[in-house]
Design a protein around this ligand. Structure first.
Ligand SMILES: Cc1ncc(COP(=O)(O)O)c(C=O)c1O
Length: 438
């Protein structure tokens, strides 16, 4: 490779960007970037180092596949599953949250959803109708951009703040400044965090939980990366350390547990919502007048989920039930496969740092941020969109932090699609980039 020149001809990249009407890449959605990169790859014949989308880069759980095939062979495809999930999955999900998060949630409150995406959407619809005065959601950002899109689609309002400047003790005052207004129906965040891989600690979760109780707000805790803070081995059932969760500090919570990343089961679109025992049975006058059912759990299942998809694919429920069962019984280690992401993050971060990049979100309070699915990068004061565009010429794609609600400039890099076989190429591309811009 000629080090003075980019990897992909400038004219090819420019022509594709032109064809897409020169979008501001700082504001482009993940799927828009995916399409642009697909087009550049097709025109140039050059394969990108793709870091824009959190696609699982590992084989799907064999335990799940076996159970799913067996279920299909038994003929489940012909039958509608119950709205709130098959018995086996509800029971195993309840055991799973006990074994790995040390929370007691009855099987009744463990309800499958079509991915955590639908779990969030359904809970947004329900939370947005609890009380007339609570018409706004609060994101502890940076966050997963599609959840804001869901609120836009639903026509609900939201506010947000970036946790960057409000870690630890500073979180309480900041959160209280929103909650004390009385208009927040639910707080949402992911932990570990997409896009920054910030992992909130028990103290921060205690602050959130205590304030959620004080101001009677629901917490939608998105555990899409359940147990994937690899600094602590949370893979041993019924033994600490457990997945940190707000569920220890308030009864007003719903956990959204995806199976897409931890079990590489994204294609089957199944996740589980775990609704606290108290919240499941809690009655709201406004739910009664809006949906004809007063309790949170019933309105969520019998009105919202029924309307959205009438439940979740039957065979994938058997898959997830068996994965949970084997994990809880210690026959399957939930982190065995996904630790690969940690290894990739160590190597990839090093390559970026050796070539003039810096980590944007680099610390969890005093500790360096963990190595996991994502990390965040900046380069010589470039704005996120500009950095993203410049990297395209070097065959590297990512997303801008701007679209995640971050106040920082930079990009999010996802390690999932880059195996070790591409590391040498990544290194050469980064050196070439740094030679041009450094
Ligand atoms: C924070 C977060 N929440 C939810 C999801 C979606 O999960 P699912 O595939 O289960 O719908 C993702 C996927 O990237 C995510 O990063």
């Amino acid at each position: 490779m000629d080090k003075k020149n980019p990897v992909i001809s400038t004219s090819v990249v420019d022509a594709v960007l032109d064809a897409h009407q020169n979008p501001d890449l700082g504001k482009a959605t993940i799927r828009e970037i995916v399409t642009i990169v697909n087009d550049i790859e097709e025109t140039s014949g050059e394969k990108f180092i793709r870091m824009e989308m959190g696609v699982p880069g590992l084989e799907p759980s064999p335990v799940g596949i076996k159970a799913e095939i067996a279920a299909l062979n038994r003929g489940v495809a012909a039958r509608y599953p119950m709205l709130d999930g098959i018995k086996e999955l509800k029971y195993e999900a309840s055991r799973f949250v006990k074994a790995f998060a040390n929370l007691d949630i009855d099987p009744r409150g463990c309800v499958p959803s079509v991915g955590s995406m639908q779990g969030a959407f359904a809970n947004f619809m329900t939370c947005g109708n609890l009380e007339k005065k609570r018409d706004t959601f609060l994101f502890i950002d940076p966050g997963f951009p599609v959840q804001k899109q869901q609120l836009v689609v639903l026509g609900f309002k939201y506010e947000s703040f970036d946790i960057y400047h409000y870690r630890g003790d500073k979180l309480k005052e900041k959160l209280e400044s929103y909650l004390s207004k009385g208009n927040i129906s639910a707080i949402i965040y992911s932990n570990p965090n997409n896009p920054t891989w910030v992992c909130m600690n028990e103290h921060e979760l205690e602050v959130i939980g205590t304030l959620a109780t004080k101001y009677d707000t629901i917490v939608l805790e998105d555990l899409a990366y359940f147990a994937m803070d690899f600094r602590n081995d949370m893979s041993k059932p019924y033994a600490p350390p457990y997945q940190p969760t707000v569920g220890r500090y308030t009864d007003n919570y719903v956990l959204l547990i995806s199976s897409s990343k931890i079990f590489s089961y994204a294609g089957q679109r199944i996740g589980v919502m775990c609704i606290s025992n108290k919240l499941f049975y809690r009655e709201y006058e406004n739910l009664e007048s809006r949906f004809g059912l007063a309790t949170y759990g019933k309105a969520l299942v019998n009105r919202v989920l029924y309307s959205l998809s009438s439940g979740v694919g039957h065979s994938s429920q058997f898959a997830l039930a068996e994965i949970y069962k084997q994990a809880v019984e210690g026959k399957y280690n939930i982190l065995d496969g996904v630790r690969e992401y940690e290894k990739r993050a160590v190597s990839m971060k090093r390559m970026f740092l050796e070539n003039g990049f810096s980590l944007v979100y680099e610390k969890d309070l005093d500790e360096p941020i963990a190595d996991g699915f994502y990390f965040t990068l900046s380069y010589c004061g470039m704005a996120g969109g500009e950095l993203l565009k410049n990297l395209l010429y070097f065959g590297i794609s990512a997303i801008s932090l701007h679209i995640t609600g971050s106040v920082m400039e930079g990009i999010r890099a996802c390690v999932s699609q880059t195996g070790e076989d591409r590391f040498e190429e990544l290194k050469m591309r980064l050196e070439a980039f740094n030679n041009v811009y450094g």
